[in-house]
Design a protein around this ligand. Structure first.
Ligand SMILES: Nc1ncnc2c1ncn2[C@@H]1O[C@H](COP(=O)(O)OP(=O)(O)O)[C@@H](O)[C@H]1O
Ligand SMILES: [Mg+2]
Length: 284
């Protein structure tokens, strides 16, 4: 009996959140380092489906870092990253397209098998993601910086309760296909849709002052402070695009940006439907 009452309490705790987020757009990026060839973890997809059936409008953006690196090595290419971004030549673009396409189909199929409607697409389709070549001190090759987002198709899908599953490629004005960091793509889509929430699921709990010490996790942090941590190299490698994505999202009209550890079971549900937040919350 006690256990049953406890369960009803958990459900009731979710009610204000269900009401608050009804018909609201939530963009979720699932980390490259947590995405395998076989797709993504069932628990994450269950959370996304739960949100969908509770009346929210989740949009899933995924990467596929390790699988891309594996495919590159198979083709005799050595993966190289600069400031958390993959150096990308013509051959690598094709490998990325193929690898992410494979993962995308698996995710869409898994969502459908679990009873949701889902639609997979690449950022290069329907003008979704337009880019220009990213200019850093180093030449990254075909790495794009987002210049425009056309969310016509995505909007139509979420209105019809279909979960868009997107992988991050973009088209340049030169007609070339560019590799775009999934964090960037997700934040641009979140901004274009003025999403209620932007959630980055990754392989750490969030932003840490000392990344080797989980106790130094920032629970809430302001965009300006994040900027400072990047300058001081406390935030480095893959956390740089992630942190910037959150800064941009909050400045661009997204209500809240979160980072969560994808390996915590049902991290998404805990973050969205309960009173206790986990991970790092980035505010303006
Ligand atoms: N200050 C920091 N706090 C937490 N993680 C950090 C920090 N600085 C760098 N990182 C690194 O960023 C990584 C996450 O980025 P990345 O590997 O690109 O993940 P994803 O595949 O989810 O995009 C972490 O695993 C961690 O090693
Ligand atoms: Mg990354």
């Amino acid at each position: 009996m006690k256990a049953a009452i406890k369960k009803s309490e958990v459900l009731i705790e979710a009610l204000p959140y269900i009401r608050k987020f009804f018909e609201k757009t939530i963009v979720i990026k699932y980390g490259g380092s947590a995405v395998e060839e076989k797709g993504i973890e069932k628990g994450i997809l269950e959370d996304v489906i739960f949100m969908n059936y509770a009346g929210m409008r989740p949009i899933l953006v995924h990467g596929g870092g390790p699988y891309i690196s594996k495919m590159m090595k198979k083709a005799g290419l050595e993966p190289k990253f600069i400031q958390g971004r993959r150096v990308t030549d013509t051959q690598t673009v094709h490998i990325i397209d193929k690898a992410l396409g494979t993962i995308n189909r698996k995710i869409v199929k898994a969502l459908k098998d679990m009873g949701a409607q889902a639609f997979g697409m690449s950022g290069r389709e329907n003008g979704l993601i337009r880019v220009k070549k990213m200019k850093l001190e180093y030449d990254l090759g075909f790495v794009g910086e987002v210049t425009a987002v056309d969310t016509t198709v995505v909007k139509r899908l979420i209105k019809d309760n279909i979960i868009p599953v997107i992988y991050p490629l973009g088209v340049g004005r030169d007609g070339n296909i560019y590799n775009v960091n999934a964090d960037d793509v997700a934040s641009e889509i979140a901004m274009a849709l003025k999403a209620e929430k932007f959630v980055l699921l990754t392989n750490v709990n969030g932003i840490m002052k000392d990344k080797s010490d989980p106790k130094t996790l920032y629970r809430t942090i302001r965009a300006a402070e994040v900027e400072r941590l990047i300058k001081k190299s406390i935030i480095d490698s893959g956390m740089i695009p992630k942190a910037r994505a959150c800064i941009n999202a909050t400045k661009g009209g997204v209500k809240k940006a979160h980072m969560l550890n994808a390996s915590i079971p049902h991290a998404l549900l805990l973050e969205i439907f309960t009173d206790k937040g986990i991970g790092t919350e980035i505010v303006k």
